[in-house]
Design a protein around this ligand. Structure first.
Ligand SMILES: CC(C)(COP(=O)(O)OP(=O)(O)OC[C@H]1O[C@@H](n2cnc3c(N)ncnc32)[C@H](O)[C@@H]1OP(=O)(O)O)[C@@H](O)C(=O)NCCC(=O)NCCS
Length: 337
């Protein structure tokens, strides 16, 4: 059986930076830099311009990952696109990315697992490669949150947290003793409504109510994401700790044996709490949330690509990853670089 390793990484942020103060000055939101930083660690995020979507940002990140892997898009055996903000309801953003990459015929599929999407995708990519079904899989996490945030005081509890970005990796086959060792995933759909965006309701006829002129009417409750922040915080801490511990237990390791741990970037305070609770050295837990907010499926691949670019990831390094998000869904991974 082949091993599966990450042969290339890439990331992309749209150029426009929106600071916490910009949320006050440009959008008129009743918030403050102090409130947001104190609770989340976020200082700024990137917002894509109108006309730019997840497939386009994913394309930038994918090109960088393919270049770093030294392969052409036509050599791919699969494209996996993780997002909760696809360009359209259907088809998925995977096929739009495939068209941009000019590799017709390469299968493309979307993974809709929110903040855990990248780890669900990594499990899928590793399984395809280890089984021999694929030699190279492109795995992209990309989000265009800025188009779907209630950027008013009413929506501040959610809209101050999120930003736009794309991250990508290529997962390739190798005979070397390295790569993706183990991934655990979990979900608990009983909490599906705790963090959700119900832009339409397919149980309704029609699925979006119509006004008397036949135009769709979407109420604010349907249009914007809803979140019970405290419940999400509590469960994120618990599930990321237990899944990372489960990975280490399976490999007879201490969490402190890991050389680097990449946490989903939802809230710096969540990650600091986990890092301190698990006795992890702060230097082993990089973050980028301060600069870009929560970018959902893009958090881990952007963070990884930045660490690689900065020369901080060495061959043989033991790396952990952990994520938690809407669904609830969660997971952790153990890799040897
Ligand atoms: C979102 C989060 C920062 C909110 O912090 P909190 O301490 O739970 O704050 P609350 O939601 O209880 O709100 C407290 C008050 O602050 C207000 N508030 C919310 N967002 C605000 C903002 N951006 N600026 C100023 N005030 C804000 C609320 O309206 C509320 O006011 P009220 O008491 O007058 O009703 C925190 O719950 C959190 O980070 N949760 C995890 C979120 C997460 O990780 N989501 C993604 C998962 S993948």
């Amino acid at each position: 059986m082949k091993n599966a390793y990450i042969s290339g990484t890439g990331y992309y942020y749209p150029p426009r930076v929106v600071t916490n103060q910009d949320l006050v000055d440009q959008y008129g939101i009743d918030t403050s830099d102090e409130w947001i930083q104190k609770r989340t660690g976020i200082k700024a995020r990137h917002f894509a311009d109108e006309g730019v979507g997840s497939a386009e940002m994913g394309h930038h990140a994918a090109k960088m990952a393919l270049d770093n892997a030294g392969i052409k898009a036509t050599e791919l055996d699969m494209i996996l696109f993780c997002t909760l903000s696809p360009d359209h309801t259907f088809p998925g953003s995977g096929v739009y990315l495939q068209a941009r990459l000019e590799c017709p015929g390469v299968p493309a599929m979307d993974i809709r697992n929110q903040c855990s999407g990248f780890l669900y995708g990594l499990q899928t990519a590793a399984a395809l490669v280890k089984s021999g079904a694929a030699k190279h899989v492109l795995l992209v996490g990309a989000e265009t949150h800025s188009a779907a945030l209630d950027l008013t005081t009413r929506g501040r509890g959610v809209s101050s947290l999120f930003g736009d970005a794309a991250g990508a990796v290529v997962v390739s086959a190798t005979d070397e003793d390295r790569g993706i060792q183990h991934i655990v995933l979990g979900a608990d759909g009983r909490y599906g409504d705790v963090l959700c965006q119900k832009i339409w309701d397919i149980t309704k006829r029609p699925f979006i109510p119509l006004d008397e002129d036949g135009n769709g009417v979407v109420s604010p409750e349907m249009m914007w994401a809803h979140m019970d922040g405290k419940l999400v915080f509590k469960n994120a801490v618990e599930k990321m700790i237990t899944s990372l511990a489960a990975i280490c237990w399976d490999y007879k390791m201490q969490v402190t044996d890991l050389d680097m741990v990449l946490f989903h970037q939802a809230n710096l305070r969540i990650n600091q709490f986990i890092q301190q609770t698990m006795g992890l050295d702060e230097a082993k837990v990089p973050s980028n949330i301060e600069r870009c907010g929560n970018t959902t499926a893009a958090t881990i691949p952007t963070l990884l690509a930045e660490q690689v670019e900065q020369g901080k990831v060495e061959p043989g390094m033991k790396m952990g990853m952990a994520a938690f998000g809407s669904g609830f869904t969660w997971g952790a991974a153990y890799l040897v670089w």
